[in-house]
Design a protein around this ligand. Structure first.
Ligand code: AMP
Length: 209
């Protein structure tokens, strides 16, 4: 089973992707995390877009995605967190999987309002060593974590968040295509993490083909 998980910035897709990966024994692949960890010229270009709160150009995303999937043979049992971000990316991912005898079974779309997104994103912090993500409001670090080890990502400042929300909405044409392909699962993201998780699992279980 292969799954996409998409949502506007701050929707909690990364948190749900991790939980779903564990539950269904899937490989969790986040293009955002990959871009942040990559080294070299392509990574440098990608980071410039990310730090301005913009989307990384489609061609870079597609090439990086395809290389990674081939290198680690990830055509099955994959959960893709944060991609596709455009109809073009989706079409290319679909073709790429089809020629490798695979397909996508579900596109989980987690919905939240802009005001909730700003509140959550500006409270997000990343641990410098473990890269664990905390949220000062919804998922605060335990007493064992040093506050000085927590950093705010450059794309989580109020300025970058506002720009991300402006340019990074899940596009309507992408959602339409998911719907046409009968893989779209819409989820209300303004609920506790556990409730959202249970809702996604029951929708997947009820729709497994
Ligand atoms: P995320 O961790 O999914 O929020 O991604 C962090 C940043 O990486 C985004 O704000 C984008 O700049 C970039 N990014 C990640 N995935 C994609 C994608 N599929 N298309 C374009 N940009 C992406």
């Amino acid at each position: 089973m292969n799954i996409f998980i998409v949502g506007n910035p701050g929707s909690g897709k990364g948190t749900q992707a991790k939980l779903l990966a564990k539950h269904f024994n899937l490989t969790h692949f986040s293009t955002g995390v990959l871009f942040r960890q990559m080294k070299g010229d392509v990574a440098k270009i990608a980071k410039e877009f990310m730090n301005r709160g913009e989307l990384v150009p489609d061609e870079i995303v597609i090439e990086t995605f395809e290389e990674y999937v081939v290198e680690y043979n990830l055509f099955n049992d994959l959960i893709i967190d944060g991609s596709p971000r455009s109809l073009f990316q989706y079409q290319r991912f679909k073709e790429f999987f089809a020629v490798n005898s695979s397909k996508f079974n579900f596109a989980i779309y987690i919905k939240i309002s802009d005001s909730e997104a700003v509140k959550r994103l500006t409270a997000r912090r990343e641990h410098v060593l473990t890269h664990e993500i905390y949220n000062l409001i919804t998922n605060p670090p335990g007493p064992d974590i040093k506050v000085s080890d927590l950093i705010q990502r450059e794309d989580d400042t109020v300025e970058a968040v506002t720009e991300r929300l402006r340019v990074q909405k899940v596009p309507g044409d992408l959602l339409k295509e998911f719907n046409k392909d009968e893989i779209l699962v819409e989820i209300d993201g303004e609920r506790p993490v556990e409730d959202i998780f249970k809702d996604i699992i029951s929708k997947i279980e009820n729709n497994k083909k």
